[in-house]
Design a protein around this ligand. Structure first.
Ligand code: HEM
Ligand SMILES: [Zn+2]
Length: 272
């Protein structure tokens, strides 16, 4: 993940005397499923109405909606590099704040777990582990290109008899796997400081070299990190019995394998 600050608190506006005071009971029902499908979320004890904004959210509507009715402070801090840009949007969405007697997060979240997580994050930042190492990433990119070129050259020079084909294939597979990991780091904007360079190189790696759309991958993978191991929210857990799933309706089913969709419990310590 890219370098970030430890809290969103300094980025939000000063508390207004006119802000309505809200309880978790009131916030929780605005989870997008109730009447009017309203969505409220909490960031550093401030309550925001994202019902309309979620559809315009630059990171996609799903990722933000997964936090409707919940405290989104840590995810908010983790996902936004450009705090001044995000701050501009926040002002118009603010509708209230948590009443003084309310805890900063929902009752089903463990305080000690949250504190541990925030402490770990601070330590990781202080140790400089979120700062990119350009030499490392340059070598990664170089070895991918060398392996990819070697696989094609092998077949071009020695032909498609079994041995050169198998060796070329081995180079190609390793290159493809390494590209997957490299584009993952680019998708997290972890390689360059400026997001646009990460996005540009990600398109080269995942779209040009692997043939997949970068926006599709980012959309799914950001949800995975926003709600890791939460059934129905983490797309990495959606192992439905389909061969292809093109959009919500068009799908090609594997009819000869019977896979039962299990009602798995949430693996996430906090959430559903
Ligand atoms: C009211 C709250 C929020 C506001 C105002 C907001 C605003 C924004 C803005 C302006 C961007 C574009 C940033 C850029 O281009 O540099 C963005 C991107 C994004 N946001 Fe939010 N956001 C909010 C809440 C959330 C939450 C709760 C999550 C996660 C659960 C989230 C996840 C993301 C992601 C994944 C991106 C894309 C990041 C990228 O591609 O680099 N946002 N958001
Ligand atoms: Zn990741």
């Amino acid at each position: 993940m890219p370098p970030q600050t430890g809290s969103a608190e300094k980025e939000t506006q000063p508390v207004s005397a006119f802000l309505q005071l809200l309880t978790w009971e009131e916030i929780k029902i605005h989870n997008g499923h109730g009447q009017g499908q309203e969505q409220w979320l909490v960031i550093d004890r401030k309550v925001y109405d994202v019902s309309k904004f979620s559809r315009q959210h630059p990171g996609g509507s799903r990722v933000i909606s997964h936090y409707a009715g919940q405290d989104a402070t840590d995810a908010f801090v983790a996902f936004h590099n450009d705090k001044s840009l995000v701050k501009k949007y926040l002002k118009s969405l603010l509708i209230g704040e948590l009443a003084p007697d309310q805890p900063s997060f929902e009752s089903n979240k463990k305080k000690s777990l949250l504190e541990d997580f925030r402490e770990l994050r601070c330590t990781v930042e202080k140790m400089g582990l979120l700062r990119p190492n350009y030499t490392f990433f340059f070598l990664i990119f170089l070895h991918i290109m060398v392996l990819d070129a070697a696989s094609w050259l092998m077949v071009w020079y020695f032909g498609i008899s079994l041995l050169p084909f198998m060796v070329g294939m081995a180079f190609f597979i390793v290159a493809q796997i390494q590209m997957g990991w490299f584009q993952h780091d680019l998708g997290h904007c972890s390689v360059f400081r400026k997001p646009k360079w990460n996005r540009l190189l990600q398109i080269v790696v995942i779209s040009v070299l692997k043939g997949l759309p970068a926006s599709w991958w980012n959309h799914l993978h950001n949800q995975h990190h926003a709600k890791p191991n939460c059934f129905r929210k983490d797309p990495d857990l959606n192992m439905h019995p389909l061969l292809f799933s093109l959009g919500k309706t068009l799908s090609v089913e594997v009819t000869f394998i019977k896979i039962k969709t299990m009602n798995r419990p949430s693996l996430h310590p906090y959430d559903f």
